[in-house]
Design a protein around this ligand. Structure first.
Ligand SMILES: C[S@@+](CC[C@H](N)C(=O)[O-])C[C@H]1O[C@@H](n2cnc3c(N)ncnc32)[C@H](O)[C@@H]1O
Length: 268
């Protein structure tokens, strides 16, 4: 999908929304799943904008070639620096970071997602073959981001993953009903179990506390379940959560004592 650039268009009447620019050899992949549900509705409402461009349009030779054999030998092909550079140059005025999707990049997590949602926009470069000539990434100071320790056949699925996670955090995209305040990875905890009707499903009961109407007890139960699930399933997150709790516990009395008040725990 390619949207016209409406920067500076007086008819647009309002500021350009948060824009995701995707450079890819397969622009037809987009918006794909981003065209439905939360992200799709937000796209229709103009809360964000997607501009997927074909890198091949920046190849100047007769065959529109975008790749060549690797120096030093080896399997596969490498995306040419001149072609990728022209594509990047064409969108260099777009606000926000330029990110190449790559298995060797910074691991994507909810913290990175929040950071990207806070940026004024995002340009994503999708590799294919064995990847992109290193020199163009260096020359343009491109950051790298990985969606996990596995190898995809191209950056497009990784770009969809990044954008799906980022777009839902953009202002106005999630209503109160879907608000992400209690979700997995908030405060380095996984989410507690969720249940809906019927209360009895094939003899399996919804925990009684959730039907008690006692909001304080429900909140406590949910927090305890989130802690237990995180401790068992993700010791790495659990260690971070505990470190954060410890840091907050030491910071709080200091803050209070500066104002002359008594140090007490009001987290409940
Ligand atoms: C077949 S992969 C290239 C793998 C590369 N030769 C390597 O060993 O690291 C082709 C493209 O898929 C994308 N890709 C593959 N795995 C990825 C991951 N885990 N995260 C982000 N992008 C990935 C990148 O854009 C990459 O250039």
């Amino acid at each position: 999908m390619s949207a016209p650039d409406d920067d500076g268009d007086p008819a647009a009447g309002s500021r350009t929304p948060w824009t995701a620019t995707v450079l890819t050899l397969f622009p037809e992949v987009f918006p794909g799943p981003l065209g439905v549900s939360l992200a799709g509705k937000a796209l229709d409402r103009g809360l964000w904008r997607l501009d997927a461009r074909n890198i091949r349009d920046y190849a100047l030779d007769r065959h529109r070639s975008v790749d060549d054999t690797p120096f030093g030998g080896g399997a596969g092909m490498v995306m040419r620096p001149d072609v990728v550079d022209r594509a990047l140059a064409d969108v260099e005025d777009r606000p926000g970071p330029v990110v190449n999707l790559s298995p060797r990049g910074r691991p994507l997590d909810q913290g990175v997602v929040r950071e990207l949602a806070g940026a004024p926009g995002l340009t994503l470069l999708c590799g294919r073959y064995e990847g992109i000539d290193e020199r163009v990434l260096e020359a343009r100071g491109v950051q790298e981001l990985s969606v996990g320790d596995f190898v995809l056949s191209g950056g497009e699925v990784a770009a969809l993953t990044v954008l799906d996670a980022v777009v839902r955090l953009l202002p106005g995209v999630m209503g109160n009903a879907e608000s992400g305040g209690d979700e997995s990875f908030e405060r380095d905890l996984l989410e507690y179990p969720q249940y809906t009707r019927p209360a009895d499903w094939h003899g399996r009961q919804v925990p009684a506390v959730l039907q008690s109407g006692d909001h304080a007890r429900i909140a406590r139960w949910r927090r305890e379940m989130a802690e237990e699930i995180t401790r068992v399933r993700r010791p790495d997150l659990w260690a971070r959560h505990q470190a954060q709790q410890a840091a907050e516990a030491t910071a709080q009395p200091k803050r209070r004592s500066r104002h002359g008040g008594a140090a007490h725990d009001d987290t409940d």
